[in-house]
Structures are given as structure tokens and as C-alpha cells.
Design a protein around this ligand. Structure first.
Ligand SMILES: [Zn+2]
Length: 273
């Protein structure tokens, strides 16, 4: 059984401030260590549940958070960027039986610890086919196109409610209670890792052929930029339609195209920092 793990940092127990998520800050070195431990817990739980192969996609910021020497030697690491499938790149290699999203967070415009979608400075809100989409939703849809169900998500209690509502067959490991965008009550690292390990093991026992996506092709992206100057840039990409001062739209037949477009938008936005 082959399992794909996508690793983010904002939903890790003990993480609730932007500085903890930004390479260069002293706090980041502690946070990436906690992230590594939660990823190792998921890897271990997956193998305990019967996995024979685990691939981990390091998926935060520069996508080079996990130090290879600290990660369970049984797993393979996808690291660095740019990547066509971004947070789930490697999935297109095929043969995966399920995905786990560890350290994930709520969508831009929603409640939850460090809630954002892909680029917190540039994207105010992302909708596809009329539905608000967070990273969980976007990459679950990409997984569905490859026939890979979302088995487990970890993060705060707000995302837990979202997953329960939209992905009833997906397991959840809750590691903190959201108090504010930058405040949380976290489990200890040890307890968070224990929960993730158990939930990962259990998730593999309960794999069914469920299709875990909220949307199907064709896709219509509607993106609200945080400032008009960003929408000015985004509409330079052929096919992008300017809807109003801050809104652009785009139509695509598959999720990889939308993920590539969102990565391009995010890179363009860095020119207006
Ligand atoms: Zn992140």
C-alpha cells in the first residue's frame, strides 16, 4: 500500500504565529522541528497501518522545511519548488492508495489559526465552482483526479469542523484549539504526535474507494486579490478574465492547470511585496 503525505506547518501543535512559519526567524527553527516530529508520527502510523511505501511532499514556503536527516528513513521526500502540482507534487507518479494532509489550516477568509490559501498576502479568497476553497479542498480535488482519496487531515478544531462537514469519510487528528488567527491552545508535541500516529494507522484500516472531492470539472476559479494592483498583474496571464477591481476568473478542465495558475499568481505577487 502506497501513501502520499503533504506536509504544511501552520496546523502543527505549538504553531500559531507567522514568525514561527518564516525561515529566517529564530522561532522557525523550533517550529520546523515540531513539524518534522508530526510528519514522522504520520509516517510511522502509516507503516503500522500496513503501508509499504510512503512519499512526503514538503509543502510550506520554499518547500524545504524538513531536514532529511530528521525524517523517518523509510519515507522518500519531495522538496523544493516550483512544482506543477505544488503541495501534492509526486502524486502524478501514480500508484498511491491514499493521501494525508498534515499540519494543514483553514481557508483564506475563514476562522482558524493562520488561515490562508496558498499566499496569505495576495489571495483574499479563492472560490472554485462557487465554493470557498482552502488548500485542503484544492489538493483533495487534485488527488481525486488521480483516483487517490484523502484519508487523514491534521490541524486545528476549525478545520476539523470543515473536514467533518465536507469530507465525512476522511479521518482527522485535532492538535489545537483555535482562539484567534494568531492564538491557540495546543496539545503537547508528544500528545499531538500520539494522536496523529493513531489516526494514521486507523485511516489505513478504513480505506474505501471514496472519491473525496467537493468539485468536478469543468472548473471555474474566482479569485479575490488582496489589492487591485495584484489583479492588474494576474490579468496579464492569457485566459484570465478581470471581473472587477480585485476579482479575476479563469476556466480550466483539470486541477493541475488551476494549481499551476495559482502558483504563477503567487510568484507574480512577490513583485509587489
Ligand atoms: Zn504553509
Amino acid at each position: 500500500m502506497k501513501i502520499f503525505i503533504s506536509a504544511d506547518i501552520e496546523g502543527i501543535a505549538g504553531v500559531m504565529r507567522p514568525e514561527q512559519c518564516s525561515p529566517g526567524h529564530a522561532e522557525y527553527q523550533i517550529a520546523r522541528g515540531l513539524m518534522e516530529q508530526e510528519i514522522n508520527a504520520a509516517i510511522e502510523g502509516a507503516f503500522m497501518g500496513g503501508a509499504t511505501e510512503v512519499v512526503v511532499a514538503d509543502s510550506h514556503a520554499q518547500m524545504t522545511n524538513l531536514r532529511a536527516e530528521n525524517i523517518d528513513a523509510r519515507a522518500r521526500l519531495v522538496q523544493g519548488k516550483p512544482r506543477l502540482l505544488s503541495m501534492v507534487d509526486g502524486l502524478e507518479q501514480g500508484g498511491f492508495d491514499g493521501m494525508m494532509f498534515i499540519g494543514y489550516h483553514s481557508a483564506a477568509g475563514e476562522h482558524g489559526v493562520l488561515a490562508h490559501t496558498i499566499n496569505g498576502r495576495a489571495f483574499w479568497r479563492i472560490k472554485i465552482n462557487g465554493l470557498v476553497m482552502g488548500e485542503t479542498d484544492i489538493y483533495a480535488a487534485a488527488g481525486a483526479e488521480h483516483g487517490v482519496p484523502l484519508l487523514l487531515v491534521s490541524g486545528d478544531d476549525v478545520l476539523q469542523g470543515w473536514i467533518a462537514e465536507h469530507y465525512p469519510t476522511t479521518g482527522y487528528a485535532c492538535v489545537k484549539r483555535a482562539i484567534a488567527h494568531t492564538a491557540a491552545e495546543s496539545l503537547s508535541p508528544h500528545e499531538a504526535q500520539t494522536r496523529i500516529r493513531k489516526a494514521a494507522q486507523q485511516a489505513l484500516h478504513e480505506i474505501s474507494a471514496t472519491n473525496t472531492t467537493r468539485i468536478t470539472a469543468p472548473y471555474r476559479l474566482e479569485l479575490l486579490a488582496s489589492r487591485p494592483v495584484l489583479a492588474d498583474l494576474f490579468q496579464l496571464v492569457p485566459g484570465v478574465v478581470r471581473e472587477d477591481g480585485v476579482t479575476v476568473s479563469y476556466e480550466a478542465q483539470n486541477m493541475q492547470t488551476l494549481i499551476r495558475l495559482l502558483s504563477t499568481f503567487s510568484y507574480l505577487a512577490t513583485t509587489q511585496a
